[in-house]
Design a protein around this ligand. Sequence first.
Ligand code: UDP
Length: 323
Amino acid sequence: MKVFVTGGAGYIGSVTTELLLNKGHDVVVFDSLERGHRSAIDDRATFEQGNLRDKEAICTVMQQTKPDAVLHFAAYALVGESMEDPGMYYRNNVIGGINLADAMQKAEINKIVFSSTCATYGQPDRVPITEDTLQRPENPYGESKLAFEKALRWYQDIHGIQSVFLRYFNACGATEKFGEDHAPETHLIPLILQVALGQREHISIFGEDYETPDGTCLRDYIHIVDLAQAHILALTGDHSGPFNLGTGTGYSVKEVIDMAREVTGHEIPAVIAPRRPGDPPRLVAGNEKAKTILGWKPKLDDLRKIIESAWQWHQEHPNGYED
Ligand code: UDP
């Protein structure tokens, strides 16, 4: 297949591109490089630099490249930032998404796999979270992703663009080539590893008074190679609708720090800090639907393996991609 990957210079897009190429697919990466990295684009892919907010640019590239399907990763993805500037999230994630969907319609491309998120559920009434859980996002980031899911349902009904929404839980880990490098970094695992590399004094634990076994938030950490595999299954089969992508196991912030101490051999000092606005206490995936319908099975579903792979990448790239 010829696959069009928006955000292919980003964390999950780069790894999915790598796996698609390994399987013999052709990949066109479309990325603005505003947050992605040029050196995170696999050199076997064709690269088209552009921004989804520029409708003419995306329409032109879509017409010229005529892919079989689109994987849509390009988005802003920071809860905290979205709580400060919601407009930025609507413009980029919703309007940018609509421009992409319009470009697909014009070029008669009829399949999209969209990177959605467990943040569309907000504070769930129960965990594990299944796909039919009510979606009540608690921040503009989750709301912007939900808005585009809803738009895509209409593009499917009206224009026949088949769409799959993959609702990721906490993406983490690395391959030998590609890993996590955000600026500023806000994610737990890379921040912990920066402490182990001597780049930070300590890790802050955002809240120790949640109703969880050790008082810190529970998250479902899913390896990006497993996420990438799910995209390939979603792309190659006849699927549509939402699928949760998580392991089904929740780890607390303290458990993640303890595992990183074991893996790195560094003491990783931790300091208790106030809660971070917008953080639900527990987010754990019910992943039965992805298992039974997509035939997906997370293989790297072990916190030690996840942190080991991330640690290896961060040791080899202590300053990230450096571009
Ligand atoms: N977290 C933390 N300290 C940090 C960064 C994150 O305690 O410096 C917590 C955060 O409150 C959440 C969990 O770690 O409970 C995972 O946060 P992350 O930002 O990695 O992902 P999110 O769950 O927000 O998508």
